[in-house]
Design a binder for this molecule. Structure first.
Ligand code: ADP
Ligand code: MG
Length: 711
């Protein structure tokens, strides 16, 4: 039964997306006679952009707008309507949605504003609830509209359709969408669909990414994001998408986050968590608009870059050197070409050229030189990707160079390796660039842009490979963990004491020092001899979370006398620190030998749920914030990538004569902890293993402190 409901939901969802993006007929509810009104502009834009479907203006007071018959109510339209554009003032929107539902319209793009963006949450909820009664989906409200290049339909109040191409662009900001629309013509960013997503009261990023990843007119999906309603679902959909997704997430600075939150009413998370979440679901990040365009250009036109060898062909030293710097910036190793490839390249340049990488065919390089060099490069197996650079010269014609490159690609790119091109120059170069884009080759004004595009293609290949590493659960004792938590809850607490937290850790296979809770000195002495000296003793009280601050930790206790003295001192300190603290006793544990201090932790991200964090201990975390994040759960391979992201990773690898640390034990622990927080996400809010002492390779680690805070 559940499956059937799911299937029907899936079908109606796809139906709704079809009617949103392939409508054969559109009603404009709130079409206006006033040429300045948005209701007029939307209809006029649809006509002007060349939409061939049926258009039905709806307005109770008009009979004809833009030469088209007007219906007084949407229910009076005799034919089927696929998409409804709602442009009426917010206070009339509910009635309009009701009418559209009755008419059987599956999708509504609600352009009207005046909902949650100005605090009218109730009205927005009413809007969605009304639509839901009829199984109607809502895009928006508070949007610019939907711009559809394949159908030549500008159902929006943006002035014209974007430059035609294969990237679907979804923007949470309407004004920005109109800006990008115009920019697309300047930068030749080819766009299939442009969608203004507005308040995301119903249709969200995940719905659209899901649709566009199976849309035949779309090769890449480009997003401007301020925040998600359900970040976790977005990640799942993105991970499954067969097409690259590029995301510009704004509001990552603290002030920016506040601005975004007040803008769309959605929470913005920390940039580190976003970066991790995106990488895990093979979403390519862009840090600003230029970056978004450059990366979208490459990913919407070219295949991912597998392998690591990029060959650069240039006609000038300057752009060549610049591309070398950029290659490093975007993580592309630019290695010397093998001898036989160099010999091939030497044939296509004068004596003073250079066959190294970048291959400099010099300013004399003309159409034939480019053609031959590109053709030979494409045929050589060492070359995994090609970046072709050109500087305008008085001897050569950019159009001809473009033609030469394009011919070579058409004839010789049988391996379908990715290519990016930069022409540096004036108007002739820009025109040649536009022609290249029309022929499926990404064109950039700067060598850095081309290298950035290539970097994105390489990132996409790497992230896709990483994302294919499925998380395999470890054998754990979830029930034991839940029982401990239940017992804590029963006492009305939401902080586990260290012994309790450590038992939960142990149930998930994390190594902890031997230890036991002692309720008096005699017990403490007994435990100390059981776990073996030297021991560490720590106060156990739900009210004392930071034990050292309360004078509640004594380390390196070597004799029974030490234990006796420590017991009295610790309990006395704790009472002094907090007279009301409920003291369970003292935790006596074996003292772990010294090693490298690290931290493994977890918080619940408002948008993505449980995360896992790793870093080196002490100043690395406190001062330098040198930590990396992932969304839980993650497998050990992913944990390895995650660990290697911190700046202090070299310390784990062993520097200055120090031996390599047990990185394998670290990644295993990170993966296990990620499973713990994911399995127990309904219970656990925060986890801290601080410190985790890591030993030399093969000698494992020890989680010497554990903290778990419940939801
Ligand atoms: P706090 O609540 O103050 O964080 P911890 O349990 O982390 O208390 O103990 C404070 C310090 O004592 C740790 O950072 C670590 O250096 C040391 N320590 C605690 N337990 C052990 C142990 N079992 N073996 C070795 N050192 C320990
Ligand atoms: Mg600690």
């Amino acid at each position: 039964m559940y499956l059937i409901v799911l299937c029907i939901r899936g079908l109606t969802h796809m139906d709704a997306m079809q009617s949103l993006f392939r409508p054969e007929s559109i009603a404009v509810i709130g079409a206006s006679r006033d040429p300045k009104g948005i209701g007029y502009q939307c209809l006029k834009n649809m006509i002007d952009s060349g939409y061939k479907g049926k258009m039905y203006p709806v307005n109770p007071k008009a009979d004809e707008i833009c030469g088209i018959k007007v219906y007084h109510n949407v229910t009076e339209i005799p034919e089927k309507v696929d998409l409804g554009l709602i442009v009426v003032p917010a206070k009339f929107a509910i009635q309009a949605v009701e009418d559209c539902g009755k008419k059987g319209i599956k999708s509504l793009a609600v352009i009207s504003s005046g909902f949650s963006e100005i605090g009218n949450d109730d009205l927005e909820k009413q809007l969605v609830d009304t639509a839901a009664k009829y199984g109607t989906r809502i895009l928006g409200p508070n949007i610019v509209g939907v711009l559809n290049n394949p159908l030549k339909c500008n159902a929006s109040f943006a002035p014209y359709l974007p430059y035609h191409g294969t990237a679907a662009l979804i923007s949470q900001s309407g004004a920005l969408l109109i800006g990008i629309d115009a920019r697309s013509w300047i930068d030749k960013i080819g766009i299939s669909h442009m969608v203004s997503i507005g308040n995301m009261a119903d249709v969200d990023f995940a719905d659209l990414v899901e649709f566009f990843s199976s849309d035949k007119d779309t090769q890449a999906v480009s997003l401007y994001i301020e925040g998600f309603k359900n970040g976790r679902r977005f990640l799942e959909v993105a991970k499954k998408s067969s097409k690259p997704i590029i995301a510009l997430k704004s509001g990552v600075s603290k002030r920016g986050a506040a601005a975004a939150a007040s803008h769309t009413g959605s929470l913005a998370g920390s940039s580190k968590v976003y970066d991790a979440a995106f990488r895990q679901s093979k979403v390519i990040s862009a840090h600003d608009l230029d970056d978004l365009f450059e990366r979208t250009m490459a990913l919407s036109l070219q295949p991912p870059m597998h392998g690591k060898n990029v060959l650069v062909i240039t006609n000038g030293g300057g752009v060549g050197v610049m591309s070398t710097d950029s290659a490093e910036k975007y993580g592309i190793p630019l290695e010397d070409a093998p001898e036989d490839l160099k010999a091939m390249m030497r044939k296509h340049m004068p004596e003073f050229g250079s066959p190294k990488n970048p291959v400099d065919i010099t300013g004399q390089g003309d159409r034939h030189h480019y053609y031959n060099a590109v053709k030979d490069a494409l045929s050589h197996n060492w070359v995994d990707a090609l970046v072709v650079l050109y500087c305008e010269t008085s001897l050569t014609n950019p159009d001809e160079i473009a033609q030469g490159i394009c011919d070579a690609v058409k004839e010789a790119n049988v391996r379908k390796i990715p290519i990016a091109i930069s022409f540096v120059g004036g108007e002739r170069c820009i025109n040649a660039g536009a022609w290249l884009v029309k022929n499926g080759l990404p064109y950039y004004k700067t060598p850095d842009g081309a290298m950035n595009g290539m970097g994105a293609l390489r990132e996409y290949a790497i992230y896709s490979e990483e994302a294919a590493n499925e998380f395999k659960p470890w054998k754990v004792d979830k029930k034991a963990a839940l029982d401990i938590i239940a017992a804590v809850r029963k006492e009305g607490r939401n902080a586990l004491t260290e012994p309790e937290a450590k038992l939960v850790f142990a149930a998930y296979g994390l190594p902890i020092p031997k230890g036991k809770l002692a309720r008096n000195v005699e017990e403490a002495l007994k435990v100390a001899s059981e776990v073996a000296y030297p021991v560490v003793m720590k106060i156990v009280s739900p009210e004392i979370i930071h034990k050292s601050d309360a004078g509640g930790v004594k380390v390196n206790l070597k004799t029974p006398e030490d234990v006796r003295a420590a017991y009295d001192l610790i309990t006395a300190n704790a009472r002094k620190y907090n007279a009301k603290a409920n003291i369970h006793g003292v935790y006596v544990q074996n003292m772990a030998p010294w090693g490298t201090e690290t931290i493994i932790g977890s918080t619940n991200d408002a948008q993505f749920g449980p995360t896992v964090m790793f870093g080196l201990g002490g100043v690395f975390v406190e001062v330098m914030k040198d930590v990396s994040f992932r969304i839980a759960p993650i497998g050990q391979k992913e944990a390895q990538t995650m660990a290697s992201e911190i700046k202090g990773y070299k310390i784990l690898e062993g520097t200055r004569g120090e031996k390599r640390k047990d990185i394998n034990a670290v990644t295993e622990a990170v993966s296990k902890l990620s499973q713990l927080v994911h399995d127990l996400q309904n219970e656990v809010a925060e986890v801290d293993a601080n410190p985790v002492i890591v030993y030399e390779d093969g000698k494992g680690l020890s989680v010497v402190d554990a903290r778990i805070i419940l939801k």
